[in-house]
Ligand binder design. Structure first.
Ligand code: SF4
Length: 206
């Protein structure tokens, strides 16, 4: 939740970019009733914008009863994913299933130090711009590649490839090592690229 002049924003988390129909319906009804807007965020979440502050708790409660979870500091990031298999002809993997596996493994305990992002692409075409993301997983015909330390912004960076031709389980283990290292080396928050030069960084470029 964040302040702006016309009201506040409430971001509903949408794992794997999926929007449950009951949440969509209730969000639309609330938006109609209280005259606020809905924005689909670049991180594939549902952001309610210009929500009058005096009804924000009511909106959150209504959506929470449907199982909605909300963006908050310290939550493990939901992966940004492409549509993948079977919805894309080029898709090599089911990106929703991999995203859900990552979320299930790392959402407990939920607290992590910010602020890194994760992207998954279902083939080397990279529709999620994975190489510009802190942690990127790319499916290839010979297994998964993992990249670390990419970013967008004013000074974009391409991530360093740290794993190639690995299995899904190895992808999860790689993320675990990265997140643990990031946690140990981070006081409050920092992007993954800021720890790439650390002499103890646990992966070499491949
Ligand atoms: S990255 Fe590949 S699988 Fe994913 S949407 Fe793009 S072309 Fe399809």
């Amino acid at each position: 939740m964040s302040n702006n002049s016309a009201g506040i924003s409430i971001t509903v988390l949408l794992p794997a970019g999926r929007l449950p129909l009951d949440i969509m319906k209730t969000a639309q009804e609330l938006a109609n009733e209280y005259n606020f807007g809905i924005y689909l965020s670049l991180t594939q979440n549902l952001r309610l914008i210009n929500v009058p502050e005096n009804i924000a708790s009511h909106v959150r409660e209504q959506l929470a009863t449907l199982g909605a979870e909300f963006k908050a500091l310290g939550l493990f990031p939901l992966p940004r994913i492409c549509i993948g298999k079977p919805h894309c002809n080029l898709g090599l993997i089911d990106t929703e299933q991999l995203s859900n596996k990552i979320t299930a493994r790392f959402n407990s305990p939920k607290k992590v130090k910010g602020r890194f992002k994760i992207a998954i692409s279902g083939c080397p075409a990279g529709c999620t711009s994975p190489r510009n993301c802190d942690i990127a997983i790319m499916a290839t015909r010979s297994g998964y590649s993992v990249y670390a330390g990419g970013k967008g912004g004013l000074i974009p960076r391409v991530g360093r490839r740290i794993k190639v031709r690995i299995t899904e389980e190895e992808v999860l283990d790689t993320i675990a090592v990265l997140v643990d290292f990031h946690d140990r080396k981070t006081k409050v928050k920092q992007r993954i690229f800021q720890i790439l030069a650390d002499p103890e960084f646990p992966f070499v470029e491949v």
